[in-house]
Design a protein around this ligand. Sequence first.
Ligand code: ARG
Length: 462
Amino acid sequence: MSENKDKLWGGRFTEPTDAFVEAFTASVTFDRRLYRQDIAGSIAHATMLAHIGILSEEEKARIIEGLETIRAEIEEDRFDWSVAREDVHMNIEARLTELIGDAGKKLHTGRSRNDQVATDIRLYLRDEIDAINAEIRRLQRGLLDLAEREAATIMPGFTHLQVAQPVTFGHHVLAWFEMLDRDHQRLADCRRRVNVMPLGSAALAGTSYPLDRFMTAELLGFERPCRNSLDGVSDRDFAIEFNAAAALLMTHLSRMSEELVIWASAQFDFIDIPDRFCTGSSIMPQKKNPDVPELVRGKSGRVNGNLIALLTLMKSQPLAYNKDNQEDKEPLFDTVDTLRGSLRAFADMVPALQVKAGNMLAAARQGFATATDLADYLVRKGLPFRDAHEVVGKAVQHASEQGCDLADLPLETLQRFSDIIGEDVYDVLMLEGSVAARDHFGGTAPEQVRRQVEALRREYDL
Ligand code: ARG
């Protein structure tokens, strides 16, 4: 049990905090991660307080110097974090007063931990979004390189995980690029709402000091101060929005992961994931497991969980700040860590993937992937599509019985199903012809993939 004289709010209390309650209500074990933002916020606040004449220039200078000393202490692991001091804010403020005396006690003028913490999280999340978006771009660059390298590599395209039509591997990879592109946009959009400053809202109602909130906002790089103090201290929409964007991003990574896991199996054998991204089995000596994609796939679960935790945390909360809000940090931090780790693993792994083009091609040869091309061929020769569909269905059944592909059937055999079939049919039955024919914007033709890669490189400077 600690003496209440240690507490910055101890004045009205007559007995010390219960030891368990002290630990139970403390957040310093996890919110100390916000020390940099907390110090930056305090420096800006002190600068503004001096500007409006509430602090002297000398007090301001001592406060800033003290905060910089504290930052160094923390970074050099010399800072004595105390659970009795509850959270990152009071740990830093109490240490400041230890270091510089009475001037330290003036820092909290016109401010509350409620607007302070909301400001800190926003500063933190703003930086994290920038780092995450940079990592998305790094992964996207790897995808463009891969797509370019494999622009003409033929693989089976799937629907229902059944061979549907041949596609190029480059085209498949560019589909991943698009998913990530939307994620990047969503995060950039979310950042606009993150970058609004609660500071000056004080506990909930604003403050009687003539604060210049626009000045503080500018010093901290915020777009503007929040318009309403009650909303400022209590709003956590930005955290929920971020987590929703993160959950969708993890969903995308989980889909890519699933494909990599399938492709790396002996049954598909489309790719090789280099050893450095895999681990073995302690009992089965032959195993090489695609751990990285599996783990990323699994980690999408915790990010979804964090989203639900944050939504539930905010549901039904009355205005304004409630202690509930302290629970926003751990899910948020976990989401950030999970996202950054997963993106990093993917951005490192993607350029190293080895594509087994021969196996992809062989797989595309099974499953009558060019059946639609044959139907389109018949339509071009004048047959209505539904009749063409029927003709091709019969030809497929026959080839299936023979255990061969459509392209392996001799011309006379094909002509038994429709006499308008000519020698030129083999151009469309060949996989190369099939993919090359899908030569429009957004299509799978190698030429389109190359053009798309080039356009994206230019647009995003990748
Ligand atoms: N540690 C608290 C949090 O994370 C800081 C704000 C506390 N405010 C209060 N009035 N108890 O939310």
